[in-house]
Design a protein around this ligand. Structure first.
Ligand code: MN
Length: 285
């Protein structure tokens, strides 16, 4: 099942190029008052019940063309946006060859040493909102990545059980302003974490470590790879991260970007696609 959030408050089920409005399925999520009774995103925490209701509602649902709706981030309230740095050898190679990427870090630490970083949740947007470039005198790069959405609380998860914790997959743009600051601030600028176009539930993806991904900048292919080239694959990322913190429903892992990163400017259009998920168009302002 492909579930999207659209037009700010609506829930959609995507079939081909059509969005079925299944917002009424949100009624199965228990109402909550502060302090919230459980941590994590409430929709993802109750995803099984929501999906059951969506299946019932589809037949009578109003429909829209995908191109006519404004797509929001498929996860509304993650507690963590986790990023994997330098997780493709081809991106390490290009970074080491380009001072504009590495800046004053003399050595790029391998992921086995650095593991992951966090992006601020306030930077999260959907493709319909697009990226607003900040710091016009500095370079902001696109990084297309497979994004994993965690489905349940998970701590100390063995690699072999890691995929049991996944709600589904989506596409992430880990936008990055180059410079000397820590990653956690350069990758957390407002609108620099794009997620979309929807959540493809885990049952639709047989092997997340074998998906083609491609990014076009203004129609020109810039990133073109496959997740089988991940250094830490999806299971390893989940397992390693869960050694340090409890993963919660709706938490997102940006799995890292392959070669081909490069600068964006206002007016640019990023067309992103990942096999099994779909495609999204993201404008840069
Ligand atoms: Mn990245």
């Amino acid at each position: 099942m492909k579930l999207c959030r659209f037009n700010e408050t609506r829930l959609g089920c995507v079939q081909d190029d059509t969005v079925l409005d299944v917002t009424a399925a949100l009624d199965v999520i228990p109402g909550a008052r502060w302090p919230l009774p459980a941590r994590g995103d409430l929709l993802i925490r109750h995803l099984d019940a929501v999906r059951e209701r969506v299946a019932d509602l589809r037949a009578g649902a109003a429909s829209h063309d995908v191109s006519e709706v404004t797509l929001c981030s498929p996860v509304a309230n993650p507690t963590k946006l986790i990023g994997a740095p330098v997780n493709y050898q081809t991106h390490i190679d290009e970074a080491e060859a380009d001072e504009g990427i590495v800046f004053d870090q003399n050595v790029i630490k391998p992921i086995s040493e650095s593991l992951c970083f966090l992006k601020a949740c306030s930077s999260l947007v959907g493709p319909g909102q697009g990226v607003t470039r900040s710091f016009p005198n500095r370079r902001t790069d696109h990084e297309l990545e497979l994004a994993v959405v965690i489905g349940r609380e998970a701590r100390g998860i063995a690699r072999e059980r890691a995929l049991d914790c996944v709600a589904g997959y989506t596409m992430g743009l880990d936008m990055t302003v180059r410079g000397a600051e820590d990653r956690s601030i350069r990758k957390s600028v407002d609108s620099y974490s794009v997620l979309g176009p929807w959540l493809t539930t885990a049952d639709e993806i047989d092997d997340p470590n074998n998906l083609d991904l491609r990014l076009r900048l203004n129609g020109e292919v810039r990133q073109d790879s496959n997740t089988r080239h991940l250094i830490y694959d999806v299971q390893t990322l989940i397992s390693k991260c869960s050694e340090f913190y409890t993963l919660l429903p709706g938490d997102v892992i940006y799995t890292g970007t392959p070669a081909g990163v490069g600068p964006v400017n206002p007016g640019d259009v990023l067309d992103c696609e990942i096999e099994g998920i779909g495609s999204m168009r993201v404008p840069v302002r």
